[in-house]
Structures are given as structure tokens and as C-alpha cells.
Design a protein. Structure first.
Length: 96
């Protein structure tokens, strides 16, 4: 599946997430692997609950961090693909 701004992202049920100040930690209980996330990536995980598109997530994050929307969108797409490839999240394609 190709990740696009219309994709919705949701953490898999075997994954746990916790925020610590300016970082976040994602633990994949199946593989016993942990990922340490920076503040922006942790915020993406927090808002990726399957109800928002990646565009909506990126726009929200852009406003919160006062960053250029186009740059945040690129970063969100790249990081979302990494989460899916790592088996941490699943991509849900939005309807037409």
C-alpha cells in the first residue's frame, strides 16, 4: 500500500506508546523492539488514531509546532511509512 496524505494511520494493538517530556517511546511487544521518537514524531503517533488522515495530522502538527505545512507533510509521510514498514502501525486507506 502506498502511503498518501489521504491515508489514516493507527497503531497496531500489540504496540504500546508512552510520552516522556520531549520524546516518545513505541514498544512493539511482538518483536520486543523499541523506538525512541522526537517530539514531532511522538505527536504524530498521539494523533494517529485512525480517525484523521495524514493530511489532517500534518496540518495539526504544523500549527502546533509553527512549522511550514509542506515540510511537515513530507516528514509525516516519510515517518508514517517507516512506522508501517516496522510493523508498528497499519495504514487505512480513506474512501474515494
Amino acid at each position: 500500500m502506498t502511503i498518501s496524505l489521504a491515508t489514516r494511520l493507527q497503531l497496531d494493538s500489540h504496540v504500546r506508546f508512552r510520552r516522556y517530556d520531549d520524546e516518545g517511546v513505541v514498544v512493539n511487544q511482538t518483536s520486543a523492539e523499541a523506538l525512541v521518537l522526537n517530539d514531532v514524531a511522538a505527536r504524530l503517533v498521539e494523533v494517529s488514531d485512525g480517525s484523521r488522515t495524514l493530511r489532517e495530522c500534518a496540518d495539526l502538527i504544523s500549527g502546533e509546532f509553527d512549522a511550514a505545512p509542506e515540510i511537515v507533510r513530507e516528514d509525516v509521510l516519510r515517518f508514517a511509512a517507516e512506522l508501517v514498514d516496522a510493523g508498528v502501525a497499519r495504514a487505512i486507506e480513506s474512501g474515494p
